[in-house]
Every structure is written in structure tokens, then in C-alpha cells.
Write a protein that binds this ligand. Structure first.
Ligand SMILES: [Zn+2]
Length: 154
């Protein structure tokens, strides 16, 4: 029996992709990184990883990180319920994965220091390590200046 919904026989497909709780978590994480998915079944998530998310740009890496984190957190919750009898609410799991995701995104170091990527990082609420691209750096830093001075004076 699936320990997340206690309603359906447990299988890998059900646990990670069909259970209402798992769908909520994957949906929540993909939303956080602004990735749209047709659905959240195993085949649909796999298509996403091998399709629109294939590649090394920052939003693709973020999308894949979000899927991996969803699967990891579902597995962790399942084990906590089975092994320790501990149960978290969906809201508590969402809060936890949200902060983990931000930490993971901050470690993405393939991001070029461009205006677009900085806008993205600000939208995600993260401050990743940027790979320096000399040609853009001067202009980008000039754009960033107001943010820094605002923070300093605050
Ligand atoms: Zn279930």
C-alpha cells in the first residue's frame, strides 16, 4: 500500500508520478522554476527531461534539478513514514523543497553573467555563482549598480 495516500497499491509509477502528493510536489517545483508540463506521469516527466529540458542552459538545469529534487523528497517522505512513522503535511514538504531548491539553484555555476540570467536569478530569488563573460561583464555590472547601492543604503 502507498504510504502517501494509503489508497492505492504501491508501485514505482504510483509512488513517484501518480500519487496525488507526488504530483503536487513535482508540479510545485516545476512551477517554481517556470517549467510547464503537459502532465506529471512518468512518461511525461521523462519526455520533459529528454526534450525541452535537455541541455545545459540555466533554466534547463534548473528544471532537471527540480524534477530530481521532487523524486528525492517523495522518496524521503515515503521512508520517513515507513521507517520512523513520521509524517509531513504537503505544505511542510513544499516549504522544505522550496528552500532546498533555492540552495541547489544557487550552486548552478554554468550561468553566464548576462543581464537575462541576472533577471532570472532575481525572479527565482537566488544568487548563483556566475561564470564571467568579459564582453558582457562591464555592461551587466553597470546595470546591477542600482541594486547594490539600494542594499547598501538600506
Ligand atoms: Zn499514493
Amino acid at each position: 500500500m502507498c504510504v502517501l495516500c494509503t489508497n492505492v497499491a504501491e508501485s514505482k509509477e504510483h509512488l513517484f508520478f501518480e500519487c496525488f502528493l507526488s504530483k503536487e510536489i513535482i508540479k510545485f517545483l516545476l512551477n517554481s522554476v517556470e517549467v510547464q508540463s503537459k502532465g506529471f506521469l512518468f512518461s511525461e516527466v521523462t519526455n520533459l527531461k529528454n526534450g525541452v529540458l535537455a541541455g545545459a542552459s540555466q533554466c534547463k538545469v534548473a528544471g532537471k534539478a527540480a524534477i530530481n529534487l521532487a523524486i528525492y523528497s517523495i522518496w524521503k517522505e515515503r521512508n520517513a513514514r515507513i521507517l520512523r512513522g513520521e509524517e509531513k503535511s504537503i505544505e511542510a514538504i513544499k516549504m522544505e523543497v522550496d528552500s532546498t531548491l533555492k540552495m541547489m539553484l544557487a550552486k548552478i555555476n554554468t550561468m553566464e553573467l548576462t543581464h537575462k540570467n541576472i533577471q532570472w536569478a532575481i525572479a527565482m530569488g537566488i544568487s548563483p555563482e556566475f561564470k564571467r563573460k568579459e564582453s558582457d561583464a562591464t555592461q551587466t555590472l553597470a546595470t546591477m549598480q542600482p541594486i547594490h547601492s539600494q542594499r547598501r543604503s538600506a
